[in-house]
Design a protein around this ligand. Structure first.
Ligand SMILES: *[C@@H]1O[C@H](CO)[C@@H](O)[C@H](O)[C@H]1NC(C)=O
Ligand SMILES: *[C@@H]1O[C@H](CO)[C@@H](O)[C@H](O)[C@H]1NC(C)=O
Ligand SMILES: *[C@@H]1O[C@H](CO)[C@@H](O)[C@H](O)[C@H]1NC(C)=O
Ligand SMILES: *[C@@H]1O[C@H](CO)[C@@H](O)[C@H](O)[C@H]1NC(C)=O
Ligand SMILES: *[C@@H]1O[C@H](CO)[C@@H](O)[C@H](O)[C@H]1NC(C)=O
Ligand SMILES: *[C@@H]1O[C@H](CO)[C@@H](O)[C@H](O)[C@H]1NC(C)=O
Ligand SMILES: *[C@@H]1O[C@H](CO)[C@@H](O)[C@H](O)[C@H]1NC(C)=O
Length: 459
C-alpha cells in the first residue's frame, strides 16, 4: 500500500514556501464522516491501523489487540505509533514463546503470526533516518516470529525459497519467496503467485491473500523483489523497472515442482503490484492470468496530480538541487500531513536514494505503459475499491488501456468495482478479504476452464 494523498493539499498559491493544509484540520475530522470508520484522526495512521485490523480476518492480528494499540497512538506522533505496536508485539511474542509446543502448537503458531504483524507495524513510520537500527532489528523480529509460525502450518509447513537472478539495473540479486502448499498430496494444483506493492511485506500477503487461496485447495506463493521490505534490507537494493527479473525466476522455480500445474498459474499484484505484475507478465507468457488489485497505471501520475504546479515545474526544469531541497524541508517539518512525510521517507528508502528528484524520476520508469500493455496476451482482472483515495482514477485508466490497446482486449479484460456500501471500497478492499477473494477466485475458475475448488478449510 502506498500513501493516501487525500489530505495532501499543498497550496499552489504560495510558490516554494509550500504551505500545506494544517494537520490540525484533520484532527477535527469525525470518525464517522469517512467512508470507513477511522481509528485515528490522523488520516494516514487511520489507514495503516485499518490495514492491521484487517489482518485479524485471517489470523494476522486480533481485533482487541489492534484496538488497544490504536488507543495509545497520538496523531502525527511516529514514536507513539512505534511504541504502541512494539509493546504489544513484545508481549504477544512472550506469550508465543511461553506456550508449550507439544501441547498447543496452534497457540504457538497464532501468537507468532500476530507478534510478527505487530513488529511490522512498529517499523512502519521509522524510515526517515536510515541509521535507525530499529529498521533492521524489528524486521529480524518479525521474520523470526513469522518463520516459527509458518513452520507450524498444517497440512504442510510454509517453505521459504530464494532464486538467483540478474537485473541490468542492480546486478545479481536473490528473489525471496514463500511456498504455501495447499494439499499434502503431490498432485499438480493451480497456483497463485502474489506480489505485494510499494511497502507491504510478503508476510502480510499470507494473511490478506494466501489464507483465502489455500482454503480452496490452490497453492499460494509470495515473493519479494528489489525495493520491497526484506530484499531492500538484506540485499541493499531499491526498486527496479525490469520487474520481470524478479517474477520470472519464481516461475522457473515453480516449473520444477511436481505440485504446481503450470497451465494454471495466476500472477496477482497488490497495490503498486498492480503496476509491477503487468510489467512482469509483459515479458513472460507463462502466466494464465494477471490480477491487478487494484488497477494502477502510474503512481508517479497519481502523485503529480496532487503536487502544486510550482513543484512540478521545478521537476520539469530538472533542477534536482531545488527539488530535493523542498522535499528535505517537508520531511523535517511535522506540521505537514503524515501521509506526505511518510511517502517521502519510505520512497527514498525503497528506491535507496537520498534525492527526491532521483526517486521521482525513477518512479516514472515504472508504469503500465503502452508497450507493456500491447505485450499482455493473457486475461487480466482489474479491481477498484470504490473509495480508494490512493489510486484516484487509475483503475479506470488501466482498464481502458487494457481493453483498447492490445489484441482482443475487450474479451481478455475483466473489471470489478468493490463497493463501500459492502465495506469493500477501501484501497485494495482491505478488510473485505472474503469478498475480494470470492470474486477473484470465481473469475479465475472461469479462466482455468471452470475448475471447482476444494473445501479444505484450514484452521
Ligand atoms: C496549524 O494550526 C494551529 C492551530 O490553529 C496553529 O497553531 C499552527 O500555527 C498552524 N500551523 C501551520 C503550519 O499553519
Ligand atoms: C539517526 O539515527 C542514529 C541512530 O539512532 C542517530 O545516531 C542519529 O542521530 C539519527 N540522525 C538524525 C538526523 O536524527
Ligand atoms: C511429495 O514429494 C516430495 C518431494 O518429491 C516427497 O518428499 C513427499 O514425500 C511427497 N509427498 C507425498 C504425500 O507423496
Ligand atoms: C514482449 O514480449 C517478448 C517475449 O515475451 C519480449 O521479448 C519483448 O521484449 C516484449 N516487449 C516489450 C516491449 O516488453
Ligand atoms: C511537467 O511536464 C509534464 C510532461 O511534459 C507536463 O505534462 C506537465 O504539464 C508539466 N508540468 C508543469 C507544472 O510544468
Ligand atoms: C537550482 O536551484 C538552486 C536552489 O534553489 C539554485 O541555487 C540554482 O541556481 C538552480 N540552478 C539552476 C541551473 O537554475
Ligand atoms: C457496486 O456499485 C455499482 C455502482 O453503484 C453497482 O453497479 C454494482 O452492482 C455494485 N456491486 C456490488 C457487488 O454490489
Amino acid at each position: 500500500m502506498f500513501v493516501s494523498m487525500s489530505m495532501l493539499l499543498l497550496s499552489s498559491s504560495v510558490a516554494m514556501t509550500l504551505a500545506v493544509t494544517n494537520t490540525t484540520t484533520a484532527s477535527s475530522t469525525s470518525p464517522i464522516s469517512s467512508p470507513m470508520f477511522q481509528l485515528s484522526s490522523d488520516a494516514e495512521f487511520a489507514f495503516i491501523l485499518e490495514e492491521y485490523l484487517s489482518l485479524a480476518n485471517n489470523q494476522g492480528a486480533n481485533t482487541g489487540e489492534v484496538l488497544r494499540i490504536a488507543a495509545q497512538i497520538v496523531p502525527g506522533d511516529y514514536e507513539s505509533f512505534y511504541l504502541a505496536f512494539y509493546e504489544m508485539a513484545e508481549r504477544i511474542h512472550t506469550i508465543a514463546e511461553g506456550v508449550s509446543l507439544s501441547k498447543d502448537p496452534v497457540g504457538v503458531r497464532e501468537a507468532h503470526f500476530r507478534a510478527a504483524s505487530y513488529y511490522r507495524g512498529a517499523d512502519f513510520f521509522l524510515h526517515g533516518n536510515w541509521s535507525d537500527p530499529r529498521i533492521y532489528t524489528l524486521w529480524e523480529q518479525q521474520l523470526t516470529s513469522f518463520n516459527k509460525a509458518i513452520a507450524l502450518l498444517e497440512p504442510v509447513p510454509g517453505g521459504r525459497f530464494s532464486v538467483q537472478t540478474h537485473s541490468d539495473n542492480v546486478g545479481d540479486y536473490d528473489v525471496i519467496g514463500v511456498f504455501y502448499k495447499a494439499l499434502e498430496c503431490n498432485d499438480s494444483l493451480p497456483t497463485i503467485l502474489v506480489g505485494n506493492g510499494y511497502d507491504g511485506a510478503q508476510e502480510e500477503s499470507y494473511h490478506s491473500a494466501c489464507v483465502e487461496i489455500l482454503k480452496r485447495g490452490v497453492n499460494c506463493v509470495t515473493y519479494e523483489g528489489p525495493g520491497q521490505p526484506t530484499v531492500r534490507r538484506e540485499q541493499n537494493i531499491g526498486f527496479i523497472p525490469d520487474w520481470w527479473t524478479a517474477a520470472s525466476p519464481v516461475m522457473d522455480y515453480l516449473s520444477a515442482r511436481p505440485d504446481v500445474d503450470m497451465s494454471k498459474v495466476a500472477l496477482v499484484g497488490v497495490s503498486f503490484g498492480g503496476t509491477l505484475a503487468p510489467r512482469a507478465a509483459s515479458q513472460d507468457d507463462r502466466y494464465s492470468a494477471v490480477v491487478a488489485i487494484d488497477g494502477l497505471k502510474s503512481i508517479q501520475q497519481v502523485i503529480e496530480q496532487q503536487l502544486p504546479d510550482e513543484l512540478m515545474a521545478l521537476f520539469n526544469s530538472t533542477n534536482s538541487t531545488a527539488f530535493d531541497q523542498v522535499f528535505t524541508y517537508i520531511q523535517g517539518d511535522d506540521t505537514y500531513p503524515t501521509e506526505f512525510r511518510w511517502l517521502i521517507d519510505w520512497s527514498l528508502f525503497a528506491f535507496k536514494t537520498h534525492s527526491a528528484y532521483d526517486w521521482f524520476s525513477r518512479l516514472g520508469d515504472i508504469t503500465m505503459s503502452k508497450e507493456i500493455v500491447a505485450n499482455l496476451t493473457m486475461p487480466v482482472f482489474v479491481a477498484k475499491g470504490q473509495d480508494d483515495t490512493l489510486t484516484l482514477q487509475e483503475p479506470e485508466q488501466a482498464y481502458k488501456m487494457l481493453t483498447t490497446q492490445r489484441a482482443n482486449g475487450e474479451a481478455l479484460t475483466h473489471w470489478h468495482e468493490f463497493n463501500t456500501s459492502l465495506g469493500a471500497g477501501e484501497h485494495c478492499s482491505i478488510g473485505a478479504e472474503a469478498q475480494l477473494w470470492q470474486v477473484v477466485m470465481e473469475w479465475l475458475s472461469g479462466v482455468w476452464g471452470d475448475v471447482s475448488y476444494a473445501n479444505s478449510e484450514r484452521h
